[in-house]
Design a protein. Structure first.
Length: 166
């Protein structure tokens, strides 16, 4: 009886090892399928909270906020698609950022999002709030053909799969 339970335990360990190896190989294949820009973008977005204190991230809508959260970003997020008018939106961002705060504007990289970004950036700079323009540009560079922030959610999931090996 004792031998049977040892055999079962050995079989279970073997199955677990095979499953883990299969999972590891799948993750490696996924990671190999990520482009250098995608890997850089995942690393960049996943490390934002560590690199920037008192950060406020500005996005357009709920799906953009959800996509950003998928990268583990815990910073305060303000959505431009709210019931607030433009002046109230700027006031809210300024209030949340406070003294010494920094703002990352992650509106989409289409015409409307770029227009919104330019307006918000100008208004925040007039109020002496630091806008991380270089970081926005770096993110844009690594996004490749993607124009919408919400599209990053799929990349986050691919990145999560690739990280299962770690």
């Amino acid at each position: 009886m004792k031998e049977n339970s040892q055999l079962d335990a050995t079989r279970d360990n073997g199955k677990a090892e095979k499953a883990a190896e299969s999972k590891r190989r799948r993750a490696i294949r996924i990671k190999e399928n990520l482009t250098d820009d995608e890997r850089s973008l995942i690393d960049l977005l996943s490390s934002i909270d560590k690199k920037y204190e008192s950060l406020v991230v500005v996005v357009e809508g709920r799906s953009d906020e959800h996509a950003i959260r998928e990268f583990g970003i815990q910073s305060r997020i303000v959505r431009t698609q709210s019931r607030l008018g433009r002046a109230e939106l700027i006031d809210r961002i300024v209030t949340i950022a406070g003294k010494g705060g920094q703002v990352l504007i992650l509106t989409d990289f289409d015409r409307e999002g770029s227009h919104s970004s330019g307006f918000i950036e100008k208004e925040l700079e007039l109020r002496k709030v630091k806008v991380l323009k270089g970081l926005r540009q770096k993110i844009r560079t690594h996004m490749g053909d993607r124009r919408c922030i919400e599209d990053l959610e799929a990349l986050s999931k691919r990145g999560d799969s690739a990280e299962m090996t770690s």
